[in-house]
Design a binder for this molecule. Structure first.
Ligand code: ASP
Length: 336
C-alpha cells in the first residue's frame, strides 16, 4: 500500500528508549543512563528531518534500556507498528531502540508482522544523546532516509551508515561506533550524505522462516494469549560440567536453546546430559551453532531440532515456536 495520491506520506516514529535516548551521568565518570530523553527531544536534535518529503508523527511507546526488553514489550512494539502500517497514509515506521537486543526485536518484528511492502526501520546509537559526538542524530536521519527510499521493505536496521536485514544483523562490538554486522552476507546498502547505495536486491530471508510466520500473535486477543514459554539458552564449551545441566532440570523451563560448538558438535558431557534431560523431562530442546555466522548442517544433527540463526535470534525463534504450540493446543482444547 502506498500513500493516497497527492497526500504527504507519513513517517511514524515509535520511540522505545536505548542509548539513542540516553543521557550522561553527571555524577559518574564516563557513565550514562539509557532511555532518558523523549521522542520530541530526539527529533529536535535532527533539524534536517524537516527537509524530508514526509510528515513525521512521533509516539513515545516505551522508555527502556533494551537489555530489559520482555515479550510484552515486543508485543507492544509489533502491535503499534502493525497499526501504523495499516494506515494507507503511513509510508514507513521508524523505531528508535537500544543496540543491545535490537537484533531480537528485529527478528520478532520480522516473524510477527504480516509480510508487507512498507519498511520498518530500527535505529539506535552507541553514544548517549548529549555526548558531544553523539551518533544518534545521524542514525535517526539515515533511518528516515532509508524508510523513505522506496527500495527497502520489511524489517531492517540502520546504524553507522549501513542498512542491515533483520535476518543477518547482529551486534558484534560492545562500544565501537560500527557495532553491527551482517557477517559474510554484508549490509543491504549504505547511506552517505542522505544518498542510499544498494548492495543487493533486498533481504533474502530463509524461506523456512518467512516474514509473518508468527502473525497469529497479532491476531490473538491479548486475554486469550497463553503466557510466553520460558526458554533458556546455554552454550557448549570446553570443560563442560554436566552438573550445570542437572541444575537446570528442576528449573521449570519450557524449552532450551543450546549453542553448539562448530557445526553442531557438543561436549560429550553435555551430549549425554541433554539426552537424559530430554528423555526424563520431555524438555523441548533446539540447537544452533555458537559460531557468530553460518547455519549448522541440520543433517549432521538429525535427532535434534536445529535453527539456522545466530543464538540470540534462535532462542527467540524457539520461544515463538513453543508459544505457537501452546496456543494451538489451547485452540484445539476449546474446539472439543
Ligand atoms: N543498553 C543500551 C540499550 O540497549 C545500549 C545501547 O542502546 O547502545 O538500550
Amino acid at each position: 500500500m502506498t500513500a493516497k495520491q497527492g497526500a504527504t506520506p507519513i513517517l511514524r516514529i515509535l520511540a522505545t528508549g536505548g542509548t539513542i535516548a540516553g543521557q550522561r551521568d553527571a555524577t559518574a565518570s564516563g557513565g550514562y543512563h539509557a532511555a532518558r530523553r523523549d521522542v520530541t527531544q530526539l527529533l529536535e536534535a535532527v533539524p534536517q528531518l524537516h527537509g524530508l518529503p514526509a510528515r513525521i508523527q512521533a509516539q513515545q511507546l516505551l522508555q527502556k534500556d533494551s537489555k530489559d526488553m520482555d515479550p510484552q514489550d515486543w508485543l507492544a512494539i509489533a502491535t503499534a507498528t502493525w497499526q501504523a502500517l495499516q494506515d494507507p497514509q503511513v509510508t514507513a515506521v521508524v523505531i528508535t531502540h537500544g543496540t543491545d537486543t535490537l537484533e531480537e526485536t528485529a527478528w520478532f518484528l520480522h516473524r510477527v508482522l504480516p509480510a508487507q511492502h512498507k519498511p520498518v526501520v530500527l535505529v539506535s546509537a552507541m553514544r548517549p544523546a548529549d555526548a558531544p559526538d553523539a551518533d544518534g542524530p545521524r542514525n535517526l536521519y539515515d533511518g528516515c532516509v532509508a524508510a523513505l527510499d522506496g527500495r527497502f521493505c520489511g524489517v531492517v536496521a540502520v546504524a553507522a551508515g549501513e542498512v542491515h536485514a533483520a535476518q543477518y544483523v547482529q551486534k558484534v562490538h560492545p562500544w565501537a561506533l560500527r557495532a553491527f554486522s551482517s557477517g559474510v552476507v554484508g549490509p543491504l546498502g549504505q547511506i552517505q550524505g542522505g544518498a542510499v547505495t544498494l548492495h543487493t536486491a533486498g533481504p533474502e530471508h530463509d524461506a523456512a522462516m518467512p516474514a509473518g510466520g508468527h502473525a497469529w500473535l497479532l491476531q490473538c486477543a491479548a486475554e486469550r494469549l497463553p503466557a510466553p514459554p520460558v526458554v533458556g539458552w546455554l552454550t557448549s564449551h570446553a570443560g563442560f560440567d554436566a552438573r550445570w545441566l542437572q541444575a537446570l532440570a528442576g528449573a521449570g523451563l519450557d524449552g532450551l536453546l543450546v549453542a553448539t560448538t562448530g557445526n553442531g558438535t557438543l561436549h560429550h558431557n553435555l551430549e549425554i546430559a541433554l539426552q537424559q534431560l530430554a528423555r526424563q523431562t520431555g524438555l523441548a530442546i533446539a540447537l544452533t551453532s555458537r559460531c557468530a555466522f553460518g547455519p549448522i548442517n541440520a543433517a549432521a544433527r538429525a535427532r535434534w531440532t536445529t535453527l539456522a540463526l545466530p543464538a540470540a535470534k534462535a532462542r527467540l525463534e524457539w520461544q515463538l515456536q513453543l508459544w505457537q504450540r501452546s496456543w494451538q493446543a489451547q485452540q484445539a482444547g476449546k474446539a472439543q
